[in-house]
Design a protein around this ligand. Structure first.
Ligand code: CIR
Length: 269
């Protein structure tokens, strides 16, 4: 059983952090509807959705992904790069504590969950405006005992590494672009991250008219995509990867995508 931790859209979302996009009014009621549709989609894909306690005065608290990264027997509680977001962590630590051993990113490290792309055996971490080299170093220390290598990746032009690239699927025995055997398929915007970093993995590029379309959420072999990206969805479908679209236009005005609104874990036992 998959547990998906989410958190309500706060009424203060209009005061969210913004980095690469201009502020536009956010329709709060519509954002709440989008978030409800997202949670309904997660349930339809087999997740049990659990909401963290509301945080009405934390404008970015709906974007829970940035506060934690969950592994098989460990959850890393991050130290978000935006100081305004650090109070979001306590509720996530309280929610994950019963399920996983916890480790923490400490000052001066910063790390946003949106910068952490987990693939089999390797964890790519964006060096972005939010994640610094000390945060990456601390994450690597926590993950070394799990046999996971951590690779820093420069990101430019977007908020997080996972704005630019996410895992779209796995193909047993498939051949990557450099001839290496690889079963991981990524969807990527090559304008925001250098595809050479992922040599050996299979890459699907976003449609150039949909730069933000590389942020997809994979659950049970389905890809949850934002409705705004039909062309990239078509590419994924043509590759044999089934998709499902959710409305996300208001949350996109807060610079959030579909991965940002949940933290997933497999419930054991
Ligand atoms: C922020 O700037 O932190 C929020 N407005 C958006 C965070 C989106 N999170 C994510 O991509 N993981």
């Amino acid at each position: 059983m998959l547990l998906a931790f989410t958190r309500a859209v706060p009424p203060s979302i209009g005061r969210c952090e913004l980095t690469y996009i201009a502020r536009e009014p956010i329709d709060y009621a519509r954002a709440v509807q989008e978030h409800a549709a997202y949670e309904t989609c997660l349930r339809a894909l087999g997740c049990e959705v659990r909401r963290l306690p509301d945080a009405p005065d934390l404008p970015d608290s709906v974007f829970v992904e940035d506060t934690a990264i969950v592994f098989d027997d460990l959850a890393v509680i991050t130290r978000p790069g935006a100081a305004s977001r650090r109070p979001e962590r306590d509720a996530m630590a309280a929610a994950l504590g019963p399920h996983r051993r916890l480790a923490f990113i400490e000052s001066p490290g910063t790390l946003d969950g949106g910068d952490v792309l987990v693939t089999p055996g390797r964890v790519f971490v964006g060096i972005s405006g939010r994640t610094n080299p000390d945060g990456v170093r601390q994450l690597a220390t926590h993950l070394a005992p799990l046999g996971l290598d951590v690779l820093p990746v420069p990101v430019s032009g977007c908020l997080h590494l996972k704005s630019a690239v996410t895992v779209a699927g796995h193909r047993p025995g498939a051949r990557g672009s450099q001839g290496a055997t690889s079963d991981t398929i990524l969807v990527i915007n090559p304008a925001w991250v250098d595809p050479a970093v992922f040599a050996g993995l299979a890459l699907i590029e976003v449609d150039p008219q949909e730069p933000a379309a590389a942020n997809v959420l994979r659950i049970a072999d389905r890809l949850v995509c934002a409705e705004a990206h039909p062309r990239t969805r078509q590419r994924l479908e043509a590759y044999g990867l089934p998709t499902v679209a959710v409305p996300a236009a208001e949350l996109a005005k807060a610079e959030g995508g579909v991965t940002c609104c949940s933290v997933m874990l497999t419930r054991r036992g």
